[in-house]
Design a protein. Structure first.
Length: 369
């Protein structure tokens, strides 16, 4: 028979084990249940001007408990809000202050920030809220139109990424312009590289101090085009070509409106990346093989295949794969077309798979002489 003290110890251990999950899930006390009582827990700054600098509010609180209580830490919901609070325990009956500083820079519009006050070794928690509305500062023309094209012309952006454009559709993007000169200037567009599919609608004359839009449109409503479309356009202001260019790109894909995903083709590659490791420059290509499979329910069509410098592949535009069929193909890497060092090259593929119409196979190598 076990001694009574051993039985008692065993029962106490079992009881502690049973109650441990309950204790670990205990929630911090808040509001009326905690000793640190705030006179108010919400404050509105009202309208705050962004250029006016930081604003602050003081929350006053009192320790209504019978023992000293320390604030362990104060957490904020945003880096724009900074707290300042006493680092020593607050005696019973004593009052103290907690300051909340809000920085409106880069925070235009309505705001509501929560400040969490954790005290008493994590046993107590109070939530303070500061709200208001930041009136944005006036922006400079350089901020709104960061791209200086010369001759007084500034543009809001010079990079237009259309991503995919479906057959039969017309997609447009806009770059905003500002003429910072006081005199009117003429504007023309010079094509450094063109797909033949980009339409540009721009005014021929920009009045002094005026602002407006230039519209760029890829129109596939009148012709079929699969694969990458790239256009590099150089503005010409008063007869002088700009040093910078506007870059527009898109990829032509099938129009999948109304497509039945269950009945569609589905392309699968057995690998999407190949690393040759260290190789040397030579005229004979390094090669590897891949397999494309159609795991869908209808015939798959290879719409376009493009390769970056130094790559070739036996996969060709116009190839088809019946449902369940596989197609081995070869990739050739011509190392003599690259300088020594790390090399990254890609193969872009466009197919009529509505789930993923564009794919990219990546090739890497470290090239030695």
């Amino acid at each position: 028979m076990r001694p009574p003290n051993i039985i008692f110890t065993t029962l106490a251990t079992a009881l502690a084990t049973l109650l441990a999950p309950i204790a670990s899930n205990a929630q911090p006390l808040t509001g009326e249940d905690q000793p640190l009582r705030f006179a108010v827990t919400e404050w509105s700054f009202g309208d705050v001007r962004e250029e006016g600098g930081v604003v602050a509010h003081t929350f006053e609180f009192t320790n209504r408990g019978t023992t000293p209580v320390a604030i362990d830490r104060v957490a904020t919901s945003c880096g724009c809000t900074t707290p300042d609070y006493p680092k020593t325990p607050v005696a019973p009956g004593a009052s103290a202050r907690l300051d909340v500083v809000f920085d409106p820079r880069g925070m235009p519009g309505e705001f509501s920030k929560i400040v969490t006050v954790i005290s008493g070794g994590g046993k107590f928690r109070e939530y303070l809220t500061v709200t208001g509305r930041v009136i944005p500062r006036p922006r400079t023309v350089e901020e709104d139109y960061p791209n200086d094209m010369g001759g007084g012309l500034r543009l809001s952006t010079t990079l237009l990424s259309f991503r995919t454009v479906a057959q039969g559709s017309v997609v447009s993007m806009v770059t905003r312009w500002a003429n910072t000169s006081t005199e009117p200037v003429t504007l023309a567009m010079q094509n450094d590289e063109q797909s033949g599919l980009l339409e540009i609608h721009a005014p021929e004359t920009l009045c002094g101090g005026c602002r407006g839009d230039i519209t760029f449109t890829y129109d596939l409503s009148r012709r079929t085009a699969y694969g990458p479309m790239v256009d590099v356009v150089r503005p010409v202001v008063d007869g002088t070509p700009a040093k910078a260019t506007i870059y527009a790109s898109a990829t032509g894909v099938d129009n999948f409106v109304g497509a039945d995903a269950a009945a569609a083709p589905k392309l699968f590659f057995d690998a999407m990346f190949h690393n040759f490791g260290e190789v040397r420059q030579r005229t004979v290509p390094y090669t590897f093989r891949l397999t494309a499979s159609n795991e869908g329910s209808s015939e798959l069509h290879i719409r376009a295949v493009t390769t970056s410098a130094g790559l070739q592949t036996s996969l060709r535009e116009g190839m088809t794969l019946a449902p369940g069929a596989s197609l081995p193909f070869e990739v050739m890497f011509y190392s003599n077309r690259h300088e020594p060092g790390e090399v990254q090259a890609t193969i872009g593929i466009v197919v009529d798979d509505p789930m993923r119409p564009t794919r990219e196979i990546r090739v890497a190598a470290i090239l030695r002489k």
